[in-house]
Ligand binder design. Structure first.
Ligand SMILES: [Zn+2]
Length: 150
């Protein structure tokens, strides 16, 4: 059996995130004291140091903030063939801007550009793990967002 490096879905700071990925929903912890969102998840709030948090669903679109292209894979049996893109995706949320690191799914590196609008795509790896990737928002969706028909 081919094996690759997979995240620990039972890690206490990330378990809920991985559970919601199976439902194809992106979530982040939000501080119950000051309302600041935490990413990556951590035991205390970086703004007010409160340990109290809950989880909320975040926006389903973001923009490419930065990226790199992997040409030589150092991970055995990677989910995607090389070359592939790893990107920092910036998501504007009320009061917070989140930056999530993730792979672009089946996206040729030559089309990637700064501020490219992307949306999550959820790729089941096995019965318990679904990984979130990103893909360019389809042009018809971009047009619908930028020029709503009234
Ligand atoms: Zn806080």
């Amino acid at each position: 059996m081919n094996r690759t490096i997979l995240p620990d879905i039972n890690h206490p700071d990330f378990a809920f995130f991985w559970t919601k990925c199976r439902d194809e929903v992106l979530t982040v912890p939000i501080c119950q004291q000051c309302g600041r969102k935490r990413w990556p998840p951590r035991p205390i709030c970086s703004a007010c140091h409160s340990p109290d948090y809950t989880w909320i669903e975040i926006a389903s679109r973001g923009r490419i903030y930065s990226w790199t292209v992997t040409h030589r894979n150092m991970v055995p049996h990677s989910i995607q063939p090389t070359p592939y893109v790893i990107a920092v995706v910036e998501i504007d949320e009320p009061r917070d801007t989140l930056r999530l690191l993730g792979g672009l799914w089946e996206t040729p590196p030559e089309i990637v550009h700064l501020n490219m609008l992307v949306e999550p795509v959820f790729v089941p790896v096995n019965d318990v793990l679904t990984l979130p990737f990103w893909r360019p928002v389809q042009r018809r969706h971009v047009i619908a967002c930028e020029s709503p028909v009234r």
